[in-house]
Design a protein around this ligand. Structure first.
Ligand code: SF4
Length: 428
């Protein structure tokens, strides 16, 4: 069902009498099953729209829209397609009890893969879905491959009925669909020869396989299903060597590195992260591939915009994994601003000490790290810790946390974003 959530005043939708709650039923005789149908079918110059008003009246409108004027409506969020797998390493299974319900939804939805870049395994994709992907040209998709070896993939996804991913991807590639891929590597299951086979198979798909990311398995203290080994430094190093051999080959043969290890692999292996040129378009930065390097670049490029604020004392809260990389960045900020920056490393109280990512810190961690720091003029916390509703993962609201602390607190992506605008007012 496709139902309207909001309508912009004076828009085309408003002029037709569409209001929140109106159900959009069919366009040009085709039934609308979800937002994809609406987005792809309702952009014709001539549209016959069948809808049902909230009072139950059904009407059909003929609309000429030669300039493809936007409709001015927002749909209710789609019902997310649930995951049919039960991976031992599933992050959702590694969440503690008692968090807000939406966090426990295991989505595996090719539509969200196209619309928002969410990774999907394609395990629950049916023939009719493939037909839609091809018809609507849903490209690029983001695909969790993990292993192209079918048997290994069944074990990894804990799903004996998982389709053959290479057959699926070949079909999509033949239909002109491109995809970014990822392999979450579980030691002993899909590293070594299995990873090699995956890279061989994906490489053979040519330009359709836009990029490949290799990410180490990430576990929390609540990952109760996991029976495998955890990733350690030597394993991370071996994987990086293998991945970078492929990267060199890709660079030679196609002029693009194509496959890269995630930042976490470099941190685990104790290796220096590559420079900007290594990451090309940063195609998988949301997946933690090149995120640290991008941060360094943003800071380098933003330093000239920072004011001099000598004597100010500014706290920077981060997670354990980022801590070793921070002194170099803090030294640059100090040299330009004259302020004193103090690194405050917070442990994750919700997921446990094995979860060291700054973006997963929760409100309670921020509060504990800053509540007694009356000596600070200002504190910056990772902006990734807060969702669009202003909530941390433990449901604490940012506003409540900020008001409980003795200094002005700002969420920040790269320090520059706050320091160039807010620092005068906040620290004055
Ligand atoms: S594919 Fe695996 S990791 Fe992803 S949501 Fe499903 S069970 Fe969890």
């Amino acid at each position: 069902m496709v139902r309207v959530a909001r309508v912009q005043p004076e828009s085309m939708a408003a002029e037709l009498g569409i209001v929140p709650g109106t159900e959009l039923r069919a366009v040009n005789g085709r039934e609308l099953k979800d937002f994809l149908d609406w987005e792809f079918l309702a952009t014709d110059e001539t549209v016959e729209l069948e809808l049902q008003h909230p009072d139950g009246d059904v009407e059909t409108y003929e609309i000429d829209n030669p300039d493809l004027e936007p409709w001015g409506l927002t749909l209710e969020p789609p019902t997310v397609r649930r995951c049919a797998n039960r991976c031992e390493f599933c992050f959702i299974e590694g969440l503690p009890q008692g968090l807000r319900k939406p966090l426990y939804i295991r989505d595996d939805d090719y539509r969200l893969s196209f619309a928002y870049g969410n990774f999907a395994t394609l395990s629950n994709v049916k023939e009719r879905d493939i037909a839609r992907i091809l018809e609507y040209r849903l490209s690029p998709l983001y695909v969790s491959v993990h292993a192209t070896n079918w048997e290994a993939r069944k074990v990894l996804l804990n799903n004996a009925r998982v389709p053959n991913i290479i057959e699926q991807l070949t079909r999509l590639a033949d239909g002109g669909i491109q995809f970014h891929t990822q392999m979450v590597v579980v030691p002993g299951l899909n590293d070594g020869a299995v990873l090699e086979e995956s890279l061989v198979d994906l490489w053979a798909l040519g330009d359709a396989a836009l990029s490949a990311a290799v990410v180490p398995v990430g576990l929390t203290q609540f990952s109760h299903l996991y029976t495998g080994k955890s990733m350690d430094g030597p394993m991370a190093s071996t994987i990086l060597d293998q991945v970078n051999r492929w990267g060199e080959r890709a660079l030679r043969e196609r002029g693009e590195r194509w496959v890269r290890g995630s930042d976490e692999l470099y941190l685990l292996a104790g290796r220096e992260l590559p420079t900007e040129a290594f990451y090309g378009e940063f195609a998988q930065i949301e997946n933690g591939v090149g995120a640290v390097t991008k941060l360094r670049v943003r800071i380098r490029d933003g330093l000239s915009r920072l004011p001099r604020i000598p004597g100010r004392k500014i706290g920077l809260v981060t997670g354990v994994s980022m801590a070793p990389l921070m002194p170099e960045l803090l030294a640059q900020l100090t040299a330009v601003t004259g302020a004193h920056f103090e690194l405050i490393v917070a442990e994750n109280s919700l997921f446990g000490p094995t979860t060291t990512t700054a973006g997963l810190l929760v409100g309670a961690d921020i509060t504990r790290a800053l509540r007694d720091r009356r000596d600070l003029d200002l504190a910056l916390i990772p902006a990734e810790t807060i969702n669009d509703d202003g909530l941390f993962l433990d449901d604490a609201s940012f506003i409540a946390v900020r008001e409980s602390l003795p200094m002005p607190v700002f969420p920040s992506y790269d320090f520059i974003d706050v320091l160039e605008h807010e620092v005068h007012a906040a620290a004055a």
